[in-house]
Design a protein around this ligand. Structure first.
Ligand SMILES: [Zn+2]
Length: 333
């Protein structure tokens, strides 16, 4: 992009924006249409992505914040190559993190990744709820049926492909979604005939890396030091200060005394239904340990984890896009 082109695009967009009353949207669409080269395999090398990124509203990487005109122009220009579908959950995150955490962090990561690769990658609407029947004894949790969740994800992927996006990453932010997604991955890939992968946000941070960042000896997989640190880095307003005294005073019990309605859900999944009976032994101790571990969380630790995750998926998506462009199979043989 040259100064001259930028200035011309800016003037065009000012005129268009004032006329339509949508100045912000006009600016970004016009500067894309006016400043970028014609589509070609090497388009991504010619575009000064750094400069483009600095001047956009970060919400522009969210599919649902664009107009049909903007998406059509991105597709027609050949610049938009891939979509990320965040898979989340609305569920208990102990006493201190808002229920939306998994949906929020999956979407947060997707947005960071898409900004790094702007305008080649767009974030599809996340699955707001996921598969979490085993949390139904903790108030606030919502679960979809396994098949409802799988069907939702497939329908969004199918729509994205129909739009002409042939590189699709399902970025999962919730443990319970992992198996329902993974078991469909191959089927969806062959049905859609696209470069597609399901991966979870914790995959890039194996235990040996986590050990260099966190203090806890053992990861308790949920709402503990790891996840609370991510939440503090990504969206601190979703984390509350809760002391262990407050926790203990609440006298919580997640091992027994379930209503028949809750029992219905606890019977659905192997995490809570073992050997033909509901088994929640040890849950109270684990729940308390998670609460205690969360007190070690800091935003600085979270930032180290976030950086690692974003870097990993930026690289992975670039490889996936390259595979689609060159007609190579995915995953690579
Ligand atoms: Zn979570």
């Amino acid at each position: 992009m040259t100064q001259g082109i930028t200035r011309r695009s800016l003037l065009q967009s000012l005129a268009g924006g004032l006329a339509t009353g949508s100045l912000t949207a006009g600016l970004a669409a016009e500067s894309l249409a006016g400043a970028l080269p014609a589509p070609s395999g090497s388009a991504s090398r010619n575009v000064p992505m750094e400069r483009l990124r600095r001047h956009i509203d970060p919400d522009r990487v969210l599919l649902w914040e664009n107009t049909r005109k903007e998406i059509r122009e991105l597709l027609d220009s050949g610049l938009l190559k891939a979509a990320i579908l965040p898979a989340g959950s609305i569920e208990q995150h102990n006493e201190h993190i808002a229920l939306v955490e998994d949906t929020a962090h999956a979407t947060f990561y997707a947005k960071q990744i898409a900004l790094e690769l702007y305008p080649r990658v767009i974030v599809a609407p996340p699955s707001f709820c996921g598969y979490a029947p085993y949390w139904m004894s903790r108030k606030g949790s919502i679960t979809l049926r396994r098949k409802t969740f799988q069907d939702y994800i497939f329908d969004v992927l199918h729509s994205l492909k129909t739009n002409g996006i042939h590189t699709l990453l399902v970025l999962n932010g919730h443990g319970g979604n992992q198996q329902p997604l993974k078991e469909m991955e191959e089927t969806w890939r062959s049905k859609l005939g696209v470069t597609m992968e399901v991966d979870s946000v914790w995959a890039p941070t194996p235990p040996d890396f986590v050990k260099t960042v966190l203090e806890s000896e053992k990861r308790l997989s949920h709402a503990e030091e790891y996840e609370t640190s991510i939440a503090l880095a990504a969206h601190p307003h979703r984390v509350r200060r809760v002391s262990m005294k407050e926790y203990d005073d609440a006298k919580l019990n997640y091992e027994s005394g379930f209503s028949p309605e809750v029992e219905h859900f606890l019977r659905i999944d192997g995490r809570t239904f073992i050997d033909g009976r509901i088994n929640e032994e040890g849950e109270n101790a684990t729940d308390r340990a998670r609460q205690e571990q969360s007190l070690l969380a800091t935003a600085a630790k979270g930032e180290k984890l976030v950086a690692r995750v974003v870097e990993y998926y930026v690289e992975k998506l670039q490889k996936m896009i390259a595979a689609t462009e060159s007609g190579q199979p995915w995953p690579p043989a």
